[in-house]
Design a protein around this ligand. Structure first.
Ligand code: 4GS
Length: 248
């Protein structure tokens, strides 16, 4: 997969996207990340990327031309047809794991990062395919959101995670939070690990883990259970959890 990022601050990406799993993915050529600066697609003496808003008001608005030209530069000699152009923006679709999986199916993502007050609306209307938000809060730019999209999508690509089965066990894979994990020592400063996970009985351990996932989800993110279809086993485990909580 190719991820092209259009940002006024290309240096911001080297750290977060240049280490660990994403570094290995790029070295193995499973992922190619390229950052371009819209300032390089301006032709006036001062390389102007923003201007005052028509109609007046405070702050600056990012001009449309540098974004259109940067996208054109990225796409013009490319044979890729399966691409998605995404604008990072608080008004967009709130990113979730289903959206991450969907984005991971494209051959190329082009992520547009705004800065300052806003971006000329013609970019949203005529250049991008969709807008995505990383949450209901305001950041200083779209750079951190673009990094979040790049990181979450990259780890879904085949061969990117070290062990082929570590993605399925993560939070949200089955729509539930993770079960708790423990490692050595069995006792640390008087704190012990649950007896069951050192029992060696893998059927019991799996049932316990799944029950803990349901319990964590019920306690911390009950909204995740609202739209979930529960199996008979899930319903039984949930009933046990609720009975334990109410002391019954
Ligand atoms: C987000 C967000 C964001 C909005 C960019 C104000 C600078 C800023 N982008 N998810 N102008 N949350 N963008 O806060 O995507």
């Amino acid at each position: 997969m190719r991820i092209d990022i259009i940002s006024l601050f290309p240096e911001m990406f080297a750290g977060p996207l240049g280490h660990s799993i994403l570094k290995r993915a790029q070295e193995a050529e499973r992922l190619h990340i390229n950052v371009v600066n819209p300032r390089d697609f301006t032709f006036d003496k001062h390389h102007t990327v923003d201007d005052t808003p028509f109609g007046g008001g405070a702050g600056m608005v990012m001009k449309p031309e540098p974004f259109f030209r940067a996208v054109d530069h990225i796409t013009k000699d490319s044979t890729i047809t399966n691409r998605r152009i995404v604008l990072m923006c608080p008004g967009g679709y709130r990113l979730d794991q289903a959206k991450v999986k969907e984005l991971a199916n494209y051959e190329q993502l082009i992520l547009l990062c705004g800065h300052y007050e806003g971006i000329d609306e013609r970019v949203r209307l005529h250049l991008v395919d969709e807008t995505i938000s990383v949450g209901d809060y305001v950041l200083t730019g779209g750079e951190l959101p673009a990094m979040i999209v790049a990181d979450s999508v990259a780890r879904m690509l085949p061969g990117v995670l070290g062990s082929s089965d570590s993605a399925p066990q993560d939070s949200f894979y089955n729509g539930l939070l993770e079960y708790p994990q423990y490692t050595r020592p069995r006792e640390f400063n008087g704190m012990e690990v649950p007896e069951i996970i050192v029992s060696g009985d893998h059927a019991k351990i799996n049932r316990w883990r799944h029950k803990q996932s349901l319990k964590n989800t019920l306690e911390r993110r009950p909204d995740l259970l609202e739209n979930k279809e529960l199996s008979v086993e899930d319903a039984k485990l949930l009933a046990e959890i609720i009975a334990e909580q109410t002391g019954g």
